[in-house]
Design a protein around this ligand. Structure first.
Ligand SMILES: C[S@@+](CC[C@H](N)C(=O)[O-])C[C@H]1O[C@@H](n2cnc3c(N)ncnc32)[C@H](O)[C@@H]1O
Length: 241
């Protein structure tokens, strides 16, 4: 899987994830590689199909079962939640952006087992006592720096049942190749200088599997699976010890 692009035009001072522009909002979902059409409805359909395929694969990795309570962290427009809700007991969508969460609410409006939570930065207290047994977080940790990683994994550890599984993706600098044109970091390098102030958190961050292997056990998780790709983009499966 290619690294998704990020840091599109349209971010506002209110926060990098509060896009006012519909096209910018879609671009920020990392859909460049899908060859998205100009027509907004067609674009949304294409992204939904992409997320459906990914959700099905992640459901297998997470071994989702009908009794599971699933947290979709950084749920975006709610594509994954909508796909997976019929297969589990309950889905909790949590996102920092009012704009994305409004779309998410609309996407899951027909489902009676999905709750949406607007969360402050690094604050998962809304999920406390919900009995979360599985967590998925797609295209969120790719934007996280080291501090964000620690805050959010610690927060997940506080609300996830013991033995619960976590799926996330991130960028593994151990595997980054400055000459790999498929890796979005190589195109973002040319954009970062001019946009580093207004895009801020919208940009992707580079982390490292070496660092995470060292950090993850300290935060009370076991690393079960590493799924690399042709770029630095890498998927992880963790288990809360
Ligand atoms: C690239 S989108 C991915 C959305 C969705 N997971 C998907 O795969 O389509 C990143 C999402 O994470 C949310 N987000 C960004 N920073 C966040 C943070 N610190 N805490 C919670 N959500 C955050 C954004 O508002 C956005 O909805």
């Amino acid at each position: 899987m290619k690294n998704p692009p990020s840091g599109p035009k349209g971010s506002t001072r209110k926060g990098n994830w509060e896009f006012q522009d519909a096209s910018a909002k879609l671009q920020a979902l990392g859909i460049h590689h899908l060859g998205v059409p100009d027509d907004a409805d067609a674009a949304v359909k294409l992204v939904a199909e992409d997320r459906d395929g990914r959700a099905d694969r992640i459901a297998k990795l997470l071994q989702l079962e009908p009794h599971d309570v699933l947290l979709d962290l950084g749920s975006g427009m709610g594509f994954m939640a909508k796909r997976l809700a019929p297969t589990v007991q309950r889905v909790h969508c949590a996102d920092i952006s009012e704009v994305y969460l409004a779309d998410c609410r609309q996407a899951v409006a027909d489902l009676n087992n999905v709750e949406c939570h607007l969360i402050p930065y690094a604050d998962l207290t809304a999920l406390k006592g919900k009995g979360v047994s599985k967590v998925l977080s797609t295209l969120l940790f790719i934007h996280f720096n080291f501090y964000d990683f620690v805050y959010y994994l610690r927060g997940i550890g506080e609300i996830l049942n013991s033995g619960g599984l976590v799926f996330l993706d991130f960028n593994d600098g151990d595997r980054f190749d400055l000459h790999n044109k498929d890796d979005s970091f190589n195109s973002h390098l040319g954009l970062y200088r001019a946009h580093h102030v207004e895009w801020g958190f919208g940009f992707m961050q580079m982390n490292s599997l070496t660092t995470l292997r060292h950090l993850i056990p300290q935060l009370g998780f076991e690393l079960l699976l590493v799924n690399p790709s042709r770029t630095a983009f890498t998927e992880l499966l963790l288990r809360r010890v």
